[in-house]
Design a protein around this ligand. Sequence first.
Ligand code: AHR
Length: 511
Amino acid sequence: MRRVLFSLLATTVLASPSLLAAPHQVKIDADLTQQGPVINKDIYGQFAEHLGHGIYEGIWVGEDSGIPNTNGFRNDVIAALKDLQVPLIRWPGGCFADEYHWREGIGPKDQRPVKVNTHWGGVEETNAFGTHEFFQLTEMLGADAYINGNLGSGTVQEMAEWLEYMTSDKNSTLANERRANGREAPYKIAYFGIGNESWGCGGHMRPEYYTDLYRQYATFLKAPRGLRPKFVASGGQQDQTEWTEVLSTNIKRDMAGISHHYYTLPKGDWQNKGDALGFPKAEWLSTMVRTYKMDAFIQANVAVLDKNDPKGKLGFYLDEWGTWYDPEPGREPGFLYQQNSLRDAVVAAVNFNIFHHYAQRVQMTNIAQMVNVLQAMILTDKEKMLLTPTYHVYHMYKVFQDATSIPFNISTDNYGEGDEQVPAVTASLAKGKDGKLYLALVNLDPDEAASISLSLKGFKVSALSGQILTAEQMDSHNTFAKPNQLKPKAFNAKLSALRLPAKAIVVAELK
Ligand code: AHR
């Protein structure tokens, strides 16, 4: 095993080989009077696409449903999401966004056209959930809106008119149409994406071609003063930096940030991704290794931004990330429904710690997706609902929303062997909006505990109190029959005797 030293703000990594006995030895030192960047609450953003049961059945069942609902929205799902303090929701896609025509989703529901969702399962899209329903959702949850416009199969005029319809405060025909459809005040849009995955389902474009289209589209996207969203350019994926390079070099206005996508596939193969449950230990390790690549991918893209945007105006948004497994036998593969285990919770927490590390540029992310799709917070089956381990980890990390990060050094053993090694433990340290100090610790190793030694200056700390999420089984998960099998438990420890169990996540207040 190796010992590595990580620094939150300086990204220096020192490595020196040495053999160590279990448990992992981890040292964290920090001066608690120091401040790093604010961890934007939008890092905890969600994504709801017209895909499988992500919206229909998962969130929206319609007013006539036997499932208890308010104006068509499931009461159980809405209550759980409210408790999660969702800051932001991206909609309507994804790939779906580039075939979505907003006019089809407004006005009387029985007059809305029924289309075919060609990307996801070829099912009927009734358009019953449209612009007004989306904003009802965000307003019920107190979340901000991230709308993704259709660049792939739409037009400049269509996108510009959608923005006017949503945001205009004038007596224009479009604004009055919105009023006639029941909404007097303009809607507030936090982010507006111009296209999605333009290198793939969004049009198979080259970055240079997309850049020119972006400049053209952005020119005509108008909104009243104070209601202008942050415009998001659709960037690259995985280890790519080319899109960030071309976009940040050639787009000089109307771009708040560049989006990037990275999914964790346990086996790294789109044809053979790996199973959500019942996986071998080797796939726990390969999942952690592939998750941790996020750090290098962000680092490489941030280096490009630091070169082309030295004033730090542009954000780097991971607006799709999470685990992606093989479909469960017997389910429609195009619905991307998958179970969610302790492994997913560890993946989410590792990503949060990475995002916090790069909080200066990583100001917004959206996990894919909120309900019933990929690494979901919530799974539903008709009237039943369960909270996944990923939900619980989002809940535990709520204290980091808009917290001020505190720089720290961490020295930790590695977990894994040969080419497949990651830090055994990753962490976050921050001062919450409530003024309290919070520490998050994640043990990526499924077998070995970690002994944590904390050296904290500038503040008298003697104990930790918070929550822990862990289990005996790597694929421990909740089912509709046993929805509370895996959930956080209370965690209290003395600073002098801090031990992190194997495959565990702790979020605790320093006292
Ligand atoms: O999240 C599922 C899909 O993954 C999205 O629609 C697309 O953008 C990505 O390829």
